[in-house]
Design a protein around this ligand. Structure first.
Ligand code: ADP
Ligand code: MG
Length: 551
């Protein structure tokens, strides 16, 4: 018709579609989870908007998701009576990817399907996964509050373009119809669909109703209660994992979770997850973060960042409060009297969950640390109250480690320290290679004294804030005097210091503009000389960082 427009997908969407169809083919059934998840989000959003505008619900207040299939026609539809989309929303939501950094991320893809599946998984593919199994997808939608004549039909074969056309729809919400590829016709069969819904979407808080072309009555196939409202013992691990995927858009299983109901003065339920992989935009501080907030089971907002400190931005989860008002906005939330106490408690929950993981499953903890260790170190700078807990969670490379792995804790170090050693030695540097071969380590190595090798960007700040641990001060081996336990060799050497005086003076004379003093060193074994900063100086790493930030 005349009013049909053809539009192109944003370049990133094209790339993503190609990669996804390729790399997720062996995992294709996840498309159903993604579409049901979107339908559930749409119902959540409508319920939220209806708090202010009850007439949005009109005469259709029972929010639910319907799945219709037609085996012969090879079609599958996911239908919700949620918020719906206007024309502009459709073009925006199903034609672009808003997440910044996406194109850089997509460029990292290798073309190796298995590796890419992993990368794409952590990115979250959502709606576009429909094209793994469908050669044409039709989306008909009517935004809640808009008239029947303002509905829109979106259609695409996933090949670079989509069409948009005004239509009329009797009721609000969205119908996504998949025209399945010949090879994927199994997804238009009752048993297959039902099994998938039970496996992936049982926890969806709205009823999911299934009906085939020949069925008289649709059947409810999920349990339709919000997972976090159930008792901890009633929820299976598998259900916790699936709920995490719904919540986080992550494809991988979480490392662990913590589900708690708090009663008393303040009542709320929290379910917090630790992901297994860092998202590609972990270092972009502008990226939305935080927990999904519900008040008395009504969805209020995504990304409520007020409940956890910035350094715990990788935590995913839900908070359902019984005390907060239903009309709570981001602003009101910030000012709400109970908020600080909840933040303190939730932060502690996360740290306790991590401590438990560290002591019960060190392999899992190593995975966690490799993904999020650098962010955890920010905690020492940001969260003084939990300094002790955080210090115990730290892991470093040390001269005791096999290679560059950050696998030694402060407690490990102390357990190996010589009696009377009142310092924890460390060295800072640009990367593992430089610190590992630093001449500053020669003497300590020879005396068997362990040194932490620190080379993450945040490390100079981190050690500065940590200061000491269990009464032992942290000491940079490249600065000031080392205060090592004396050995016989040293005193023998000392007697010869006078002999070296002329050489020292000569060197000092040549370098006079550049150094404060030249002395006989006791920290070297093989190298002839090294540069030592005085105690008062900034470390070169910190100086470089401050210079880079324009200070
Ligand atoms: P995500 O769910 O992670 O935001 P998706 O690719 O799954 O990403 O969906 C993109 C956007 O399209 C959603 O954020 C939402 O705004 C919109 N959308 C998708 N499905 C629906 C639906 N059934 N009803 C309303 N909006 C939807
Ligand atoms: Mg989605």
């Amino acid at each position: 018709t005349a009013s049909r427009e053809t539009l192109g997908f944003q370049t990133e969407v094209r790339q993503l579609l190609q990669l996804m169809i390729h790399s997720l083919y062996s995992n294709k059934e996840i498309f159903l989870r993604e579409l049901v998840s979107n339908a559930s989000d749409a119902a959540d959003k409508l319920r939220f908007e209806a708090l202010e505008q009850p007439d949005l619900l009109a005469d259709d207040a029972e929010l639910r998701i319907r799945i219709e299939f037609d085996t012969k026609a090879r079609t599958l539809s996911i239908i919700d009576n949620g918020i719906g989309m206007s024309r502009d929303e459709l073009v925006q939501n199903l034609g672009t990817i808003a997440r910044s950094g996406t194109s850089e991320f997509l460029q990292q893809m290798s073309g190796d399907a298995r590796k890419d599946a992993h990368l794409i998984g952590q990115f979250g593919v959502g709606f576009y996964s429909a094209f793994i199994v469908a050669d044409k997808v039709t989306v008909e939608s009517r935004r809640a509050g808009l008239p029947a004549t303002d509905a829109v039909c979106w259609e695409s074969d996933g090949d670079g373009e989509f069409t948009i056309e005004p239509i009329e729809l009797e009721s609000r919400g969205t119908r996504v119809t998949l025209h399945l590829k010949e090879d994927d016709k199994e997804f238009a069969e009752a048993l297959r669909i039902e099994t998938l819904i039970r496996k992936y979407s049982d926890h969806i808080a709205f009823p999911v109703l299934l009906s085939g072309a020949d069925d008289e009555e649709p059947r409810t196939v999920n349990s339709a209660t919000a997972l976090w409202t159930r008792g901890r013992t009633e929820v299976k691990d598998e259900e916790y994992r699936e709920f995490y995927k719904h919540l986080s858009h992550d494809f991988a299983d979480p490392l662990c979770w913590s589900h708690n109901k708090v009663e008393g003065k303040r009542e709320y339920t929290s379910l917090l997850y630790i992901p297994a992989n860092a998202p590609f935009d972990l270092w972009n501080r502008e990226v939305p973060r935080g927990l999904k907030l519900y008040v008395q089971r009504v969805f209020i907002m995504d990304d409520a960042e007020q409940f956890l400190p910035l350094y715990l931005r990788f935590v995913k989860g839900v908070v359902d409060s019984s005390d907060l008002p239903l009309n709570v906005s981001r602003e009101l939330l910030q000012k709400s009297p109970g908020l600080e106490a909840m933040k303190t408690a939730l932060t502690r929950r996360v740290l306790d969950m991590l401590s438990k993981m560290a002591s019960n499953d060190s392999e899992k903890y190593a995975t966690f640390w490799s993904q999020f260790g650098q962010v955890m170190k920010e905690g020492l700078v940001e969260d003084h109250e939990n300094k002790d807990k955080l210090a115990k969670l730290l892991r470093f490379t040390s001269t005791h480690s096999e290679g560059a792995a950050q696998d030694q804790s402060l407690d490990d170090y102390i357990s190996r320290a010589a009696e009377g050693q009142d310092k924890i030695y460390y060295i800072l540097g640009e990367n593992y290679e430089t610190v590992k071969s630093s001449p500053h380590l020669e003497k300590l190595r020879k005396q068997g004294i362990e040194v932490f090798l620190l080379y993450d960007r945040i490390d100079p700040w981190m050690v500065d804030h940590l200061g000491e641990y269990e009464g032992k001060t942290l000491h940079d081996v490249s600065r000031g005097s080392l205060d090592l336990p004396a050995s016989d060799e040293d005193s023998a050497d000392e007697s010869k210091d006078d002999e070296h005086q002329p050489v020292l003076e000569r060197i000092a004379d040549v370098l006079k503009e550049r150094v404060e003093t030249v002395v006989v060193s006791r920290r070297l074994v093989d190298s002839p000389a090294c540069v030592v900063a005085s105690e008062k100086d900034l470390s070169p790493q910190l100086r470089r960082m401050l210079e880079a930030s324009g200070q």
